[in-house]
Design a protein around this ligand. Sequence first.
Ligand SMILES: Nc1ncnc2c1ncn2[C@@H]1O[C@H](COP(=O)(O)OP(=O)(O)OP(=O)(O)O)[C@@H](O)[C@H]1O
Ligand SMILES: [Mg+2]
Length: 364
Amino acid sequence: MTATTHQQEEIRAELESLREALRVSEERHRAILETAVNAIITIDEQGIIQSVNTSTEKLFGFTKVEMLGKNISMLMPTPYREQHDNYLENYRKTGERKVIGIGREVVAQRKDGSVFPVDLSIGEVLLPQGRIFTGIIRDISDRKELEQKILEISEEEQQRIGQDIHDDLCQQLAAIGCLAKVAHQRLKQTDSEEADGLSDIVRLITHANTRAREMSRGLVPVVLDSDGLMAALGELAVGTEKIFRITCRFWCDQPVHVRDNKTAVQLYRIAQEAVGNAIKHSNADRIEILLTASEGNIHLCIRDNGNGITDHVPGKGTGMGLLTMTHRAKMLGGQLTVSPVSIGGTQVLCVIPMPANISKVTNW
Ligand SMILES: Nc1ncnc2c1ncn2[C@@H]1O[C@H](COP(=O)(O)OP(=O)(O)OP(=O)(O)O)[C@@H](O)[C@H]1O
Ligand SMILES: [Mg+2]
């Protein structure tokens, strides 16, 4: 064997082992993709599906053959399906990212037409042949259902406690108040010195009863008709002024009718927590609650003139308020933002679609 032939043999062997290594690596990657619990999809710049794993088939009910080469919008419900091409084009032109590299909750659609919430994270890779996007999709229907249940249970529990306070404690306080009043009148008739002391007790019992009633009112907000939210927020402002001796105003330039009672109660709870936070944490002497409707959305804004919020990452720390307010807004298909006010203080803004147009989660 000549030297050259020997070298050629070596190169051939090396190439062969490289090919083998590449094949093993490819197989390993394919196995990882295929066994992944989440759906993993790659698309090209035009939104055409290049690859899907087995979990994608299970999640959406389409076979690989039905998905490969089709537009990714086939996995989205209307109106996102129609908007997605424009979104990709806009991204190509401007580089503006709405979901790429960020990840968010969106809605997806199965082959049978059913719509479900998913957690979507998208990565972008630049290859010599062009750009591809990889999407990892996780079904979060169970989590969403659980979140909804937890909110409903906490709502029911609050209402139960509120009713118990109203029906039991308030009645008992009223009865004790009546007895004390009668005893006071009797003592007065006998010119007893104890009469003044009993008059103080009557006053304190009446005050305690009023407070208990206010508490039960807060726990069972009366938002039974479409104007109920405005009335309940008005009462929240009046009650806050009275109890905490600060200025608290409710503004609603144009009437905002919220026909869905559950939505109205959730909005009330958001306002209640934001007002409570302003009182507890901000040292404010003025709180404003604003309710407006525009472009198919309801805006609920709670603003204080306190010392401002420094750290407002929901769920950080032991507090639950910011976290539950954010959850409530999301469950209504909207968003909650907490931001500092330029002249000092904090603003909590909740924007949700009008109940008739509510879609639970946002666009892809
Ligand atoms: N209006 C506000 N002004 C100043 N700081 C605020 C305001 N609202 C919230 N914060 C800050 O954000 C933190 C988190 O608020 P959050 O409502 O989540 O919890 P919390 O009020 O401390 O407890 P919880 O609501 O569970 O009773 C507060 O501890 C406070 O430091
Ligand atoms: Mg709080």
